[in-house]
Design a protein around this ligand. Sequence first.
Ligand code: FAD
Ligand code: MLT
Ligand code: ZN
Length: 468
Amino acid sequence: MSDDLLEHLRATVGGEHVLVDDADVAAYVVDWTGSYAGRALAVVRPGSTAEVAAVVSACHDAGVAIVPQGGNTGLVAGGVPDASGSQVVLSLGRMRAIRDIDPVAGTITVEAGVVLADVQAAAAGAGRLFPMSLGSEGSCTIGGNLSTNAGGTAVLRYGMTRELALGLEVVLPDGRVWDGLRALRKDNTGYSLRNVFIGAEGTLGIITAAVMRLFPPTPARATAWVSVADVTSAVALLGLVQAHAGAHLATFEIINRAALDLVLTHQPGAHDPAPGTDWAVLVELAGTAGLDASLEAALGDAVEQGLVEDAAVAGSPAQRSALWALREGISEAQKVEGATLKHDVTLPITDLAAWTARIAPTLEAILPGVRLVTYGHVGDGNLHFNLSAPVGGIASDDALRAAAGELSTAIYDSVAEASGSISAEHGLGSTKAAAAASYKSDVEVDLMRTIKDALDPQGLMNPGTLLP
Ligand code: FAD
Ligand code: MLT
Ligand code: ZN
């Protein structure tokens, strides 16, 4: 049966685009963190929407499950197959065409496998801005961004991926194609079907193309690394910068000492802008002119109010890049350090400081010495609350893994009590699907299952991801 399917897939996409050898499939079956490794019946790399439709249709008829994959940078193991060896990984990596760009309408139409950095570059080439920005932007794809409803460092001003999308083209689980590639800002003609597929993590179909929004460019930047005593001061500083800079505030990211120390240890050439301080905020204003004055006025007020311990304003593009590298290097540095237990939580922003103070002693009691690597998009109420093992090498990595269930449950229970979310931007994948369902009401889980069953009655699209 599987031999027949593989022959059919080879005839559909070309033999060289159906990978089965271990060496060829290796990069597709292990996730970015290196913690989740599966096996695949095959990795199939279609080159067009028609080929995706034919592959999905053949798998549907054969009853074979599909795992869609873009850049494989996801952090919740949603884009890699399970251990059964029975699933087909459908990679969108060959679908990299930019179909259209319209600077006046402010739209770009791209295939799902276009890398995020290439969308940004194409927009810039047309004198426009595609604002989404993630540490993984050199590898992640627009199809993956849509499917995870990715966030990143520009959400404060431009919103999540969902808010940047106008239209989609989707191959449905039975192989039919939904052409919803509309470039309209206004379209009230029924249910918003595109929003069903955005954030669905490949469980309802395969996004093959999208129309995304473009914005006027923001060539001027004012960037500062601001040291603060704690999360309370960071949140107060956010209010001041908003008051002075208004819509020019583009980025407001928090970094604690444990996170910065990992980057200083593992990133060649990294330099500490403010040694001895416990917390820092990377603030950036973006616009066309006059930003330095707004930033300085906000920082002046903050100093007067005792909110700021130290501030380094970037005086050149090189200094700006160095500050950004400290922020963007945290995920990689923590991975190099050893085992990481990732949490991606949102809370109402006014509760963030109290929550971080409340949860710390609970975690210390579970695993003494556990390192709280806390950073992220504090302007969105979103913290990456990632844990590293106590200092001490492999034995302590094992201790972190052994305590992982208890640590994560303590964090999630406490987030749920505070009316927060256990996944702000990474999605649920296979690592958080069961936990998320346990915090949702029966009605909410039932609605989600109803949508899944209606679109994918055979349960062949990315089973085990998003819904347990
Ligand atoms: P993949 O990892 O390949 O897949 C992700 C999910 O989408 C899977 O469930 C997969 O099945 C599904 N999928 C992929 N393509 C399609 C498609 N065309 N149709 C249907 N389903 C599909 N995320 C953030 O939100 N904010 C951040 O700031 C951020 N920073 C990161 C920094 C680093 C260093 C790394 C490694 C990751 C970061 N991420 C971040 C996570 C990740 O980059 C995003 O989730 C990204 O959107 C995934 O895109 P991808 O193309 O790699 O998708
Ligand atoms: C980031 O913002 O750097 C990532 O989303 C966080 C992570 O890797 O956990
Ligand atoms: Zn993030």
